[in-house]
Design a binder for this molecule. Structure first.
Ligand code: BES
Ligand code: ZN
Ligand code: ZN
Length: 489
């Protein structure tokens, strides 16, 4: 879908369908004969302006659009960028598949702010997305929009916000496409190739550390997870460097769990639902999507992505329960469960990022089923060893409408991480499983300021929402980019 901006009056926009928001008790004014039709809809109660409500006015008089679709925005005083994003997304999904080729969304009147323009573009791009690129249905193209126009007539200076929204929406969809790839089409080497392609197109530096190099460096715990698969592991490094770093001395590292398939290994997962484990690289995909956007939006701090990628498989060479591995940092880990593999690959990547000079680290990982038990599919869990850094990241997430919830990390949780034979076991008990997983990572991240996002519950939608297709959500991208952009703010 081609995405463009227009400052022309709504009446002059020649599209198949023009979407306009209508709030409760406040019929929108479009300066034309259609206002009477709108009043009619409000008057009869056919359209009240409630969220998710729609009404269509065909062949609107005085407009070049073939149809106007009113979409309910809910209560005007409760409306902000988050509502703008979901309304725009839901609106596009509503008018999709009806043969319209071109669509416009009017952002006018009191809601025509830079924040709302950014959110509206994001929402339109995210709402239009379908994870169906592997279907061969020849009619597929006809159900999609060819162009989307964000129309903000008479508003000045919102082009940068439009551009930011476009880049973020498209980068989040880039992430969703990666997550949606099944494990037979995305081995660790393929993820590396896709990262290289993205980096090349975006003007970023990309380095792929192959298995011999990983062995030479000494990432024993990453290698241990990879050894059961016929597919070699990689550590993907993508670098963004600003022309003039500000403030100096800051280097943000983004670490993403890139398990292209998680069978559980010898501690094998139940068959039911195992197919979902293709999304165990959603953290990696979020970090790559963020780098794509960062390359375009150019924050003033250096940002580097570190992506350990493996396939967690079973074979005669697979890691066994009871095995003890030596991490890059030197600590030994007793593997009590081969399905707790995320922390085994992340710890080596975290240590490597520290040695490369990162001053602040954020990791994103589909790390535990326990986080979904704690927070459901609504919020991602956020853990930290540095409250000020997490506060900064949570502010960025709030700004971008990504919902996080801080989880505890008291030292008491360390009691669960005792091994008789190694420095650490790789699991605790079943109580507080998301927290002990995070605590394990903290043992490697300290003393670097670090935030861990457990996105296991939020990276994949089991059911479609009015504003979002079923499948990969792309969570994390917007927060990471906003965090980097706001560093000076
Ligand atoms: N990739 C899984 C976590 C996961 C589970 C993600 C469900 C999405 C949905 C992770 O590698 C894992 O298997 N974790 C185990 C840890 C346990 C063995 C301590 C889990 O959550 O069951
Ligand atoms: Zn696992
Ligand atoms: Zn996993």
């Amino acid at each position: 879908m081609q995405v463009q901006y227009s400052s022309s009056p709504l009446a002059e926009i020649a599209v198949d369908v023009l979407i306009v928001l209508g709030f409760e008790g406040a019929p929108p004014r479009l300066d034309g004969a259609v206002d009477a039709a709108i009043d009619d809809l409000y008057g009869t109660g056919e359209f009240r302006g409630k969220a998710q409500e729609t009404a269509t006015i065909r062949r609107p008089e005085g407009f070049r659009a073939r149809a106007i679709v009113l979409v309910g925005g809910g209560k005007a005083d409760k409306f902000g960028p988050a509502e703008m994003r979901t309304s725009a997304a839901a609106a596009l999904r509503t008018v999709k598949g009806k043969g319209f080729k071109s669509v416009a969304l009017g952002v006018t009147g009191g809601i025509a702010t830079a924040e709302n323009v950014e959110a509206a573009v994001q929402g339109a791009i995210l709402g239009e997305y379908e994870p169906d690129f592997l279907k061969t249905d020849p009619t597929k193209g006809e159900r999609r929009f060819q162009t989307f126009t964000l129309a903000a007539p008479g508003v000045n200076g919102v082009e940068p916000a439009f551009e930011k929204g476009r880049v973020l929406g498209e980068s989040q969809n880039f992430t969703r496409d990666l997550v949606n790839l099944p494990s037979n089409l995305l081995f660790p080497m393929d993820l590396a190739r896709r990262a290289e392609e993205m980096a090349h197109a975006a003007g970023l530096e990309c380095e792929v550390l192959d298995e011999p190099r990983i062995r030479q460096i000494g990432m024993g715990s990453l290698l241990a997870v990879a050894q059961g698969s016929s597919q070699p592991p990689v550590l993907i490094v993508v670098r963004y460097r600003p022309a003039q770093p500000k403030p100096e001395g800051v280097h943000l590292g983004l670490v993403g769990k890139g398990v292209t398939f998680d069978s559980g290994g010898i501690s094998i997962k139940p068959a039911d639902g195992m197919e979902k484990m293709k999304y165990d690289m959603a953290g990696a995909a979020a970090v790559l999507g963020a780098m794509r956007a960062i390359a375009a939006l150019k924050p003033s701090i250096p940002v580097t992505a570190y992506i350990p990628s493996v396939e967690n498989m079973i074979s005669g060479r697979a890691l066994r329960p009871g095995d003890i591995v030596t991490t890059l940092n030197g600590k030994t880990v007793e593997v009590l469960n081969t399905d707790a593999e995320g922390r085994l690959i992340l710890n080596d990547a975290i240590t490597y990022a520290q040695r490369q000079g990162c001053t602040h680290l954020v990791d994103a990982a589909t790390l535990t089923g326990a986080i979904a038990v704690s927070l459901g599919g609504v919020r991602a869990g956020a853990f930290t060893n540095n409250q000020a850094f997490l506060d900064r990241l949570m502010a960025a997430a709030r700004e971008q409408g990504e919902r996080l919830w801080q989880m505890p990390l008291d030292d008491d949780y360390k009691d669960q991480l005792k091994s008789a034979f190694a420095d650490l076991p790789n699991i605790g008990t079943r109580y507080g499983g998301a927290i002990t997983a995070a605590y394990f990572l903290k043992e490697f991240a300290d003393p670097t300021p670090w935030v861990h996002l457990d996105i296991a519950g939020t990276a994949w939608l089991d059911e479609a929402k009015p504003h979002m297709a079923k499948g990969p959500s792309g969570i994390g991208v917007r927060t990471f980019v906003e965090l980097a952009l706001r560093w000076n703010a």
